[in-house]
Write a protein that binds this ligand. Structure first.
Ligand code: GZL
Length: 334
């Protein structure tokens, strides 16, 4: 992304420096080697972006944070202000209010849950600060509260998981337990919807479903409870790899073989999940690409330049079985 991204950015931003002067921070162009990012522009070419991250709950989130921090650098024309909300909505609202007070140029965030954002987004709008959603969506009637959403289609991810399960196991009377993501989060709501719609009409039956909050620890705890409650579990559908990895620990502690006695399907395709898939402990993984940094940088630049941006940018996802995981693992970026 670096050179091309930087040159395009500088050209666009240099053309708008006069009008955007008030909005941008007075950041000095980086000193030292190499051409300054604002080639031909002025020191105010830096885009000050405030980002509120959900937390650090999973391998996916770590990869997503790395992508954002590795892309929105001073060399690429950004002054990134980053906060970790520890999966609490009140912390995200507080962070967004702080960015408004700092008069950043753009606010971006991944909303931990779908609802409860209109008030703070109204405040950002009143302050004239554009907002970009990444990863998770908000459930708001007022689409003017944000410029764009960049992320995956979670309903499709659930459908891909359900369709594979139906293809593989329909007709065997499979009993399914579901490890849901964070209650109220868009990926949890939509992956459940997609999975249920895909297995409809098959004899797969969801006998229990509970949130593991997208974390390995809670996924293990919930799976331990399922194993105590049910002695006929055939398949685990976990909304992310981390909860699936926790389920593996619980299944092995119960003396059963994950991937054989109890099949496992997860979503994300982070390295630890793909390794478990290649090792035969997971049976299928639907990818959810976390590398959203470059898209965010590009959209932020277009928004500052006053260019038209797409309201919804859906990231392509693929899926892996055990053989595909063995082939893909060596080249995985995350
Ligand atoms: C999905 C993302 C989810 C991941 C989890 O885009 O919001 O949150 O699937 C992460 O691993 O915790």
């Amino acid at each position: 992304m670096g050179k091309n991204f930087r040159r395009a950015g500088a050209a666009v931003l240099a053309a708008l420096t006069a009008t955007a002067l008030v909005a941008c921070s007075s950041e000095q162009a980086p000193q030292g080697g190499g051409e300054s990012p604002a080639e031909g522009g002025s020191a105010t070419d830096t885009i000050v972006l405030g980002f509120s991250q959900v937390g650090a709950e999973s391998g996916w989130r770590a990869a997503n944070t790395k992508s954002i921090q590795d892309t929105l650098t001073k060399e690429n024309g950004f002054d990134l202000k980053f906060s970790d909300a520890q999966q609490k909505q009140e912390n995200q609202i507080q962070a967004i209010r702080s960015y408004i007070q700092q008069q950043v140029d753009v606010i971006a965030f991944s909303p931990v849950v779908e609802t409860g954002w209109d008030a703070v987004l109204e405040e950002a709008k009143a302050a004239g600060i554009p907002v970009i959603l990444t990863d998770r969506a908000v459930d708001s009637d007022d689409e003017s509260l944000y410029e764009s959403f960049i992320g995956s289609d979670f309903v499709l991810e659930g459908e891909m998981a359900g369709e594979w399960a139906k293809e593989q196991y329909d007709g065997e009377g499979y009993k399914v337990v579901e490890l849901q993501g964070t209650t109220g989060a868009a990926p949890a709501i939509d992956r459940k919807t997609g999975f249920e719609s895909a297995i409809a009409g098959s004899d797969l039956e969801i006998i229990d479903s509970q949130t593991g909050n997208f974390t390995r620890t809670e996924g293990k705890q919930v799976m331990e409870g399922f194993l105590q409650k049910h002695d006929d579990i055939d398949l685990v559908f976990a909304h992310n790899d981390d909860m699936g990895l926790g389920a593996i620990e619980a299944i092995e502690a119960a003396g059963k073989v994950p991937g054989e006695d109890i099949k496992i399907i997860t979503i994300d395709a982070v390295k630890d999940g793909m390794q478990a898939l290649a090792d035969g402990k997971i049976n299928y993984i639907v990818e959810c690409n976390p590398l959203l940094g470059p898209d965010l940088a590009e959209i932020a630049e277009k928004v500052i330049a006053g260019e038209e941006v797409q309201k919804r940018i859906v990231v392509e996802d693929q899926a892996f079985d055990q053989e595909a995981a063995k082939e893909a693992l060596p080249d995985r970026q995350y």
